[in-house]
Design a protein around this ligand. Structure first.
Ligand code: NDP
Ligand code: ZN
Length: 353
């Protein structure tokens, strides 16, 4: 079968591979719509797990081609929504109450890109289909469902990590698709003021539509100072990190007030330097918490995300700014994601057209 991916670090191209083998609990899926993601571009440029001859992509909806003999809830021909993280639910990590994102080690539940080929292919493999696939909820479009598998689950997790509460002032550092979902989640969790940090005009527009009250630019001065100025010296209750480099963690700690919480889903590069100014951290005595995490996966998580969309809490399709048709357009969609055009939030590619 044909796939699009990373031939070696920094070099993208078409890859030919055998159709993946299926285990007793697994499924093989034929993707109908996929979405390139910042994590695919990070994988191409530095590697997340596998570093060569890897089909990229981890966001997809599609049709089941085959299921293993132990799969109970799905059959060939079913339309499915595929979470980007597909834990091994039998592993010790998922039996730990704290996290099911780290089944056999840090981030190991992220199988696509991490340990096997992804979704930019004619077919892809899903482990433990009963626990890792979701049926499309009635009243939710396939395009909106595609936004739940990573963008929404990750952005919502950022607001969970930051423990956003009624009336909080929340700063969302980075308002790409993940940060925009964190804006929507913060509003749903009852935030008062929501300050977005970013510059792409389309992102600022959608952030406001999702309920951001202010937008500031990291290109127009120190964002910590801007937040203190906007809040008349009080600082924020929560800071969410969904963009920028290693410097954002120290900035987030500095902009939250005592007892505040930093929630990050940002992908920090291994070359990033994370520095926290001890004074801004209340010399370590401020009860400012730093909580960092990774997209929760599994069927139940995605079912819950789709419930939010079904009842019209917000419109996830606003993230989709570019639509491509056909396998041959995958490279163009991927390149758009890599270059981050000013009018881009999220591209999708219909593979069945
Ligand atoms: P985008 O690149 O689309 O958005 C990044 C945002 O950060 C933009 O708003 C950008 O502003 C802003 N930004 C860039 N530099 C800075 C800076 N120095 N200070 C403040 N803001 C800055 O990314 P995505 O929304 O796709 O992803 C966000 C992050 O989440 C990435 O690191 C990605 O890898 C990670 N991620 C993590 C996942 C997880 O499970 N934990 C899953 C998916 C993604 P501008 O408007 O100027 O572009
Ligand atoms: Zn993604």
């Amino acid at each position: 079968m044909k796939g699009y991916g990373m031939i070696s670090i920094g070099q993208a191209g078409w890859i030919e591979k055998p159709t993946p083998a299926i285990g007793a609990l697994d499924a093989i899926v034929r993707p109908t719509i996929v979405a390139p993601c910042s994590s695919d571009t990070h994988a191409l440029h530095g590697g997340i797990g596998v570093k060569e001859n890897l089909i990229l992509g981890h966001e997809a909806v599609g049709i089941i081609e085959a299921v293993g003999e132990g799969v109970k809830n799905f059959k060939a021909g079913d339309f499915v929504v595929v979470p980007c993280a597909t834990p091994d639910w039998l592993a010790p990590g998922v039996q730990n109450f704290k996290s099911f994102s780290h089944d056999t080690g840090v981030m190991k539940s992220f199988k696509f890109l991490g340990s096997k080929d992804g979704t930019f292919a004619e077919y892809f493999h899903v482990n433990q289909a009963d626990a890792n696939l979701a049926k499309l909820t009635d009243g939710v479009s396939p395009e909106a469902a595609l936004m739940t598998v990573d963008m929404m689950s990750t952005g919502f997790h950022a607001a969970e990590l930051a423990e956003v509460k009624y009336g909080d002032t929340v700063v969302v550092i980075g308002i790409g698709p993940v940060g925009l979902m964190a804006v929507a989640a913060s509003v749903l969790r009852g935030a008062g003021r929501v300050i977005g940090v970013g510059t792409r005009p389309i992102c600022a527009k959608v952030a406001k539509e999702y309920g951001a009250t202010d937008i500031i630019s990291y290109k127009e001065g120190n964002i910590v100072e801007q937040v203190y100025r906007l809040t008349a010296g009080r600082g924020a209750d929560c800071a969410i990190i969904a963009g920028g480099g290693g410097e954002t963690l120290g900035q987030a700690v500095a902009m939250v007030r005592e007892t505040g919480t930093v929630g990050s889903v940002n992908f920090f590069d291994y070359r990033d330097k994370i520095e926290i100014n001890a004074l801004y951290w209340g010399l370590g005595m401020s009860h400012k918490d730093i909580r960092c995490g990774f997209c929760p996966g599994g069927s139940e998580r995605i079912r819950r995300m789709m419930e939010i969309l079904k009842y019209g809490r917000f419109d996830a399709e606003k993230l989709i700014t570019h639509k491509f048709n056909g396998f041959d357009e995958l490279p163009a969609a991927f390149e758009l994601m890599d270059k981050k055009a000013p009018d881009l939030i999220k591209p999708i590619v219909y593979l069945d057209k």
